[in-house]
Design a protein around this ligand. Structure first.
Ligand SMILES: Cc1ncc(COP(=O)(O)O)c(C=O)c1O
Length: 404
């Protein structure tokens, strides 16, 4: 069947019958998209206020990203890492420079990059710190979301993500988020890393108390453990800074990046660290057939070029003030809490008005796509190319669903 031949009803019925039910999407079947807008198979337009969980920070079909992809499509798309290619070195150097890190290890999905960070931290612990082999521990936070592999869900505190996927990978200690003293208390001589999200996205855009990231940095430095920042959702412009850690002037030992690094075109993730950390990996000890492929690197280079201008970080900052100002007006009028920073908001809906899911369904009818999480929360994360009047319009659509 050709694209464009299916109605919404046909698409939903076919998916229901033939695909695994590991998601519960809104009943919108997207056929095309440009900038901050998507169009469904019936021709209805929606403002995309999720942006693929920040993977579309630069919007759908960004001309410079597409141009880089098209140019690379016509040259070479895959070599495997068995050979070199001419996009690989420049991508690693340019991304490393953006973050101020010596070395880059490209992977594909976010979960793979987190797995990579866990492996590197353990190896560093055994070979550099001197932790007895097999004893390494990593401190993580409650309500974390780092992906879906068996190791990562081993330290998830969300029963839906965690339960019935065991046996679980040992070696993780879970402490409350936002509490640097709890991290310090969990660290002992076996601890190789602290792995946290600078802002917890999936948990509902939870912004930790001011000073938390600085305190984590200080504890990690003093106790000789690696600070690993999972910036897969928070990084690359979303918060108004290149990295959410920049908000506190903090530099982690390892950045874990993904989502927006692929420009909404291909999956591109990466782990960034200095030579004393990433240098522990030797040939054959880790890898990926597709990681760092020519198309991914060309697209990733275009993303780095966009971020180097600072334009997208500035947009997120300025438009973020507007988004949060407008949402703040709805507090007490159907919204019980508004959190977030930059173009990123988690809003809690008064349960009397319906679930987060129900509000998202009603928003979709009004032409706004957003996503619920954990029952009463809705996440808003429009592409950074969104315009101020479009933000106003989206908030107006939300306000129309709430009591006056
Ligand atoms: C902070 C964080 N880490 C890791 C991941 C996993 O990324 P992926 O779905 O590409 O494996 C996500 C995805 O939402 C995320 O938000």
């Amino acid at each position: 069947m050709m694209a464009g031949e299916m109605t919404t009803y046909d698409s939903l019925a076919l998916e229901d019958e033939r695909s695994a039910h590991n998601y519960h999407p809104l009943p919108v079947v997207v056929a095309s998209a440009l900038g901050a807008w998507v169009t469904d198979v019936d021709g209805k337009r929606y403002l995309d206020c999720l942006a693929a969980y920040s993977a579309l920070n630069f919007g759908h079909g960004h001309p410079e990203i597409l141009a880089a992809a098209r140019e690379q499509l016509g040259r070479v798309t895959l070599t495997s890492r068995a050979f070199h290619h001419d996009q690989f070195g420049p991508f690693c150097a340019e991304l490393g420079d953006l973050a101020g890190k010596d070395m880059v290890l490209p992977m594909n999905t976010g979960a793979e990059a987190v797995e990579t960070a866990v492996k590197v931290a353990r190896k560093w612990g055994y070979e550099v710190k001197g932790v007895p082999d097999g004893a390494a521990t990593i401190v993580v936070a409650e309500n974390n979301f780092h992906g879906r592999t068996t190791t990562i869900v081993s330290f998830s505190t969300d029963p839906v993500a965690h339960d019935h996927f065991g046996p679980y990978t040992p070696g993780f200690r879970i402490v409350p988020y936002g509490d640097a003293a709890a991290i310090e208390a969990a660290i002992d001589e076996t601890t190789v890393a602290v792995l946290i999200e600078p802002i917890q996205g999936e948990a509902g855009v939870i912004v930790p108390p001011a000073g938390y990231l600085r305190a984590v940095r200080e504890v990690c430095t003093r106790r000789g453990v690696l600070f690993v920042a999972d910036e897969i959702q928070s990084g690359l412009g979303r918060t108004g800074e290149t990295f959410a850690c920049d908000r506190e002037g903090v530099r982690p030992d390892m950045y874990v990046l993904g989502k927006a690094l692929g420009g909404g075109v291909v999956p591109v993730s990466a782990v960034l660290a200095d030579r004393d950390v990433l240098g522990v990996l030797r040939p054959g000890q880790h890898g990926s057939t597709f990681g760092g492929n020519p198309l991914a690197c060309a697209v990733g280079r275009a993303v780095v070029r966009l971020l180097m201008t600072g334009e997208y970080q500035a947009r997120a900052r300025q438009l973020g003030y507007r988004l949060h100002e407008r949402l703040g007006e709805l507090l007490g009028h159907g919204l019980t809490e508004v959190r977030g920073v930059g173009l990123w908001a988690g809003i809690d809906i008064d349960p009397a008005l319906g679930t987060g899911r129900e509000i998202c369904e009603r928003l979709a009818v009004r032409g706004v796509l957003a996503k619920d999480t954990h029952g009463a929360t809705i996440r808003l994360a429009p592409p950074l190319v969104v315009e101020a009047h479009e933000i106003d319009w989206a908030v107006d659509q939300l306000a129309a669903l709430l009591p006056r």
